[in-house]
Design a protein around this ligand. Structure first.
Ligand code: 16G
Ligand code: MG
Length: 550
């Protein structure tokens, strides 16, 4: 490293001292902590993104958000050139620089890393980083820290894309690196145009589809998603969407008893919804709009809901795609795969397998599911919590385009031709960079309209097995290691055997534990044939965790 570069780094790093006595770690999807201790981390991640941009000669994204966490938290997510999450190879470096005790140590670590990775810095190299942030009040000053980090690498520039949802920023990074338009209006245009395109391919003579053209009510978690949905909805004339908890002044606090995470975990309606909404199709976004769940309020139930979670969104998508594939193409082998995690309700996995689909499992965290889904021609992934998307391989898209041309000349307007066009429209409607609540919502709505289904009909695809999630505070969550997509505890030894004995006691019993990647806890999941059994199973497994690790 040249002297000039070194002294710029030493000088700027001294303005962002790390918090004392706190270890910061790169979790499932980046860094997250109380916003008051994050400025040194954001500054340092700014440096990291500049190095990554130099190495890949591409634009990198840095998003300031703590997703569904409380408003006083904040965090950082990083978008790699493809628009996906930062490559896992760089996570240890992210961890180590976040915890460097002083500017000298920081420079030492950077120096070692750029040598190992052959990253040329300090010369004429250029780097560009897109910055985004959600609506958290701490976002503005943290953004400044990110800019300082980026500009401390010679030749790197930061482009502030403003207040965005996480998937919008990922989409912009991907688009820029593919050489297409990147403005927010082009994001809205792409998704609203492809929605219209799919709507135009709905057989209108089928009158049943008019049945569900009723209002959709969306809980925006008082965050950035609500605000953006207000804009998107102006462009989608076929839908009537009412946005609540849209983040406007005075409407409520970000993620406080609202949002997809709350709805999915608590299984009750968010604030701002009442008995008057019973039976109506509702959806909920999380704080940075990369998760989506649907629900409806059960009449006379004290705001209890029937949850239509990520597994059911996945099932709706998988069924539709499978149908369109079988109409559009009889002979060409297409690799269609579904990716879930251990949190997927067992009933959803059975349903998908009964459809004849290949279902595979990965550990929790989008980076794992996304990577697996990318191995297929069409890979559909969803976590039960509502994060997911559908990936179409470039190879498949070229094949599909050829097929559409062929059909246009031999059987224009045939069902076969239309089914192929629908698949192409879906590939443009669903965000290819990362799970996106807004784009996912448009696809759900289009498929429901196509099928003429109410949310209740959709929910009947299969019946969820009752489940329960608990968390256990332990001295060191890293004492637990797991294997087989988190379904088996490897360490501490003996714990898995104890869990096995517990779930064997219950019909359809299944339980697993894993260390959280975002909180200092061990998570427990249990499902069984009745709610009481699932509750009891979770409780006894939690007791074992406490006994082994407490
Ligand atoms: C993050 C992950 C999500 C995962 C969750 C698990 C991304 C973009 N988000 O929110 O996929 O389900 O963490 O949290 O990867 P946990 O490790 O605390 O259970
Ligand atoms: Mg989120």
């Amino acid at each position: 490293m040249e002297d000039k570069q070194r002294s710029i780094l030493i000088e700027s790093a001294s303005r962002f001292p790390p918090p004392q006595g706190v270890k910061i770690s790169y979790g499932t999807s980046g860094f997250r902590a109380d916003a008051s201790i994050l400025s040194s981390t954001v500054y340092r991640v700014g440096i990291l993104t500049a190095l990554r941009s130099i190495q890949t000669q591409s634009v990198i994204g840095l998003m300031i958000t703590a997703s569904h966490n409380q408003v006083s938290d904040n965090g950082i997510k990083i978008a790699d050139p493809s628009g996906g999450m930062l490559t896992q190879d760089w996570e240890p470096f992210a961890d180590s620089i976040a915890n460097a005790a002083n500017p000298e140590d920081l420079v030492l670590l950077i120096n070692e890393f750029i040598k190992k990775e052959h990253i040329p810095i300090g010369g004429v190299q250029s780097a560009e980083i897109f910055l985004g942030r959600d609506t958290r009040p701490s976002g503005e000053s943290l953004l400044e820290a990110a800019k300082q980090g980026i500009s401390s690498i010679v030749g790197a520039i930061a482009t502030d894309m403003g207040i965005l949802t996480t998937p919008q920023l990922h989409w912009m990074v991907r688009s820029k690196n593919k050489g297409t338009k990147v403005s927010e209006s082009s994001y809205f245009e792409q998704f609203s145009n492809s929605f219209r395109c799919l709507m135009d391919l709905i057989p209108r003579e089928d009158t049943s589809s008019s049945k569900i053209v009723e209002n959709l009510i969306v809980d925006g978690a008082n965050g950035v998603g609500g605000e953006k949905l207000e804009e998107l909805k102006k462009l989608v004339k076929d839908l009537v969407i009412e946005v609540r908890n849209s983040g406007k002044e005075g409407e409520g606090t970000l993620n406080e008893r609202v949002g997809a995470d709350f709805v999915q975990k608590e299984k009750v309606a968010p604030l701002g919804f009442s008995e008057d909404d019973a039976g109506i199709r509702c959806a909920s976004l999380d704080g940075d709009a990369d998760r989506l769940v649907y629900f409806y309020i059960v009449p006379n139930s004290n705001k209890k809901i029937d949850l239509v979670d990520g597994d059911k969104i996945l099932s709706l998508f998988a069924l539709f795609i499978k149908q369109q594939l079988s109409v559009s193409n009889k002979d060409h082998p297409i690799k269609l795969g579904v990716v879930q995690t251990a949190y997927a309700n067992g009933a959803s996995t059975d349903y998908l397998k009964n459809l004849g689909l290949e279902v595979v499992f990965t550990p929790t965290g989008v980076k794992y599911l996304h990577e697996k889904a990318a191995e297929y021609d069409i890979g559909i992934y969803f976590e039960a919590n509502g994060h997911g998307t559908i990936l179409f391989s470039e190879h498949f898209i070229s094949w599909l385009e050829r097929r559409i041309n062929e059909l246009a000349s031999t059987s224009e307007g045939s069902e076969q031709h239309k089914a192929a066009l629908r698949l192409l429209a879906i590939s443009n409607l669903i965000n290819q960079a990362v799970g996106d609540a807004l784009s996912g919502l448009l696809l759900v709505e289009a498929i429901l309209l196509y099928n003429g289904w109410s949310i209740q009909r959709w929910n009947e695809l299969y019946q969820d097995l009752p489940s329960r999630q608990l968390k256990v505070k332990v001295a060191d969550r890293n004492a637990v290691t797991t294997a087989n997509a988190e379904t088996v505890v490897v360490k501490p030894s003996g714990l898995q055997e104890a869990i096995n004995i517990e779930f064997a006691k219950f019909p359809q019993g299944r339980s697993f534990i894993r260390p959280s990647g975002t909180e200092d806890v061990i998570r427990v999941y249990a499902e069984a044939s009745s709610q009481e059994a699932a509750d009891n199973l979770a409780k006894s497994v939690a007791e074992h965790v406490d006994r082994f690790l407490g």
